[in-house]
Ligand binder design. Structure first.
Ligand code: SF4
Length: 368
């Protein structure tokens, strides 16, 4: 059966309008996933919602939520002669003065890699210190954990060769549910009514991390897949809860997400990392918003190896990425959107990655 068949889509839209009309007040729902924003923009989902229902994009792009300070730290490391291995998106994010891409054009050793295994391969071919910029949510943290477990197992078996690989990470990983908790607890000027929970992250975490914020803030939460019908059905489920004044965690994406999540990936994360309070771009320090390497893996964190100078967080002039990441503004509210800032010449992180809200709005809405 085609889940995006016209009758199913029509039925879902009818239900959204029926429930929306019954609620008789403004409802604000946030999602925290760039892929959901792609679906919403590509299929014009906002255009079929009743006037009182708003769906806003939140901090759903790993590149975007990495702080300017962390970008500047990666740039500092490249300037100091380290080999920086990074995903292509991070390469282009502007730091305070320049990007890793600009630094590479000035002669710094910056390599674009497809992931941490490629960065490790580079480390095996050079005597230089190689630093992988490890970004991402619960979806990419397991790959970092797996690689560090493998390196540790190999090099720890020979004490003389411990860490001779000269491989390190610049740890910028984040955990998603804590930022949702923060947003519900007054971290956004919006009075959020509920969340479309991220499908990819939830394949790893399962439903458990959402139960506490759902109960604490009486906020409905529905995990959604990425087809238009998935997003529409998640809205039907959320509005059904809101109209009945109930709050529970539901899973619309049952073909991708299990209640318990991916326990193998969770085990790898829990072996290598522990929770850490960290700032996100646009946010203050979020309790348990990030990961820290456990003691036995700490030597792979470059910040534990060198004296990194204190670098202050700065925001590029005119850029409102912070407000966009908190769901308080849209890219079209930015004076630079599509003018001084576009995907070729991005001013802020949200215009760089395919998952960034500005980039997505530029792709789908620039003619509107
Ligand atoms: Fe920042 Fe550009 Fe987005 Fe404006 S359009 S918020 S400058 S990334």
């Amino acid at each position: 059966m085609d889940i995006n068949s016209k009758p199913i889509i029509k039925k879902a839209i009818d239900k959204i309008n029926e429930f929306g009309n019954q609620i008789e007040r403004e409802v604000k729902i946030m999602h925290v996933c760039g892929s959901h924003e792609h679906t919403i923009c590509n299929y014009g989902i906002r255009d079929v919602l009743p006037d009182n229902i708003t769906v806003v994009p939140g901090p759903g792009c790993p590149v975007c939520v990495t702080t300017q300070k962390e970008i500047d730290e990666a740039i500092y490391l490249a300037e100091q002669g380290y080999t920086i291995a990074t995903l292509g998106d991070m390469y282009r994010v502007p730091g305070s003065d320049k990007s890793l891409m600009q630094l590479q054009s000035e002669g710094a050793d910056v390599r674009i890699v497809s992931g941490i295994p490629e960065a490790v391969k580079i480390a095996k071919t050079t005597d230089k210190k190689v630093v992988f910029v490890a970004i991402g949510f619960e979806t990419t943290a397991p790959t970092t954990a797996a690689e560090l477990l493998s390196i540790k197992a190999k090099y720890d078996s020979n004490k003389n060769s411990a860490n001779e690989l000269n491989f390190y990470i610049h740890n910028c990983h984040r955990q998603t549910p804590p930022v949702m908790d923060f947003l519900l607890g007054g971290g956004s000027k919006l009075n959020l009514d509920g969340f479309i929970c991220p499908g990819h992250v939830s394949t790893i975490t399962g439903l458990k991390p959402y139960y506490a914020p759902c109960e604490k803030y009486h906020a409905p939460m529905v995990i959604a897949g990425f087809e238009p019908t998935d997003v529409l059905m998640s809205l039907v489920m959320l509005l059904n809860q809101i109209k009945d004044d109930v709050a529970k965690v539901e899973n619309e994406y049952i073909r991708g997400v299990r209640e318990e999540g991916n326990v193998v990936a969770q085990k790898m994360i829990n072996t290598v990392f522990t929770d850490k309070d960290v700032a996100w771009r646009g946010f203050p320090v979020i309790k348990n918003g990030g990961f820290e390497l456990k003691d036995e893996f700490k030597r792979y964190d470059i910040k534990n190896i060198i004296d990194m100078p204190e670098i202050k967080e700065k925001i590029n002039k005119g850029c409102i990425c912070s407000e966009i990441l908190r769901g308080e503004k849209l890219p079209t509210d930015c004076k630079l959107f599509g003018k001084a800032c576009d995907p070729i010449n991005p001013v802020g992180s949200c215009m760089v990655s395919d998952e960034g809200t500005c980039r997505i709005f530029y792709k789908y809405k620039k003619l509107i």
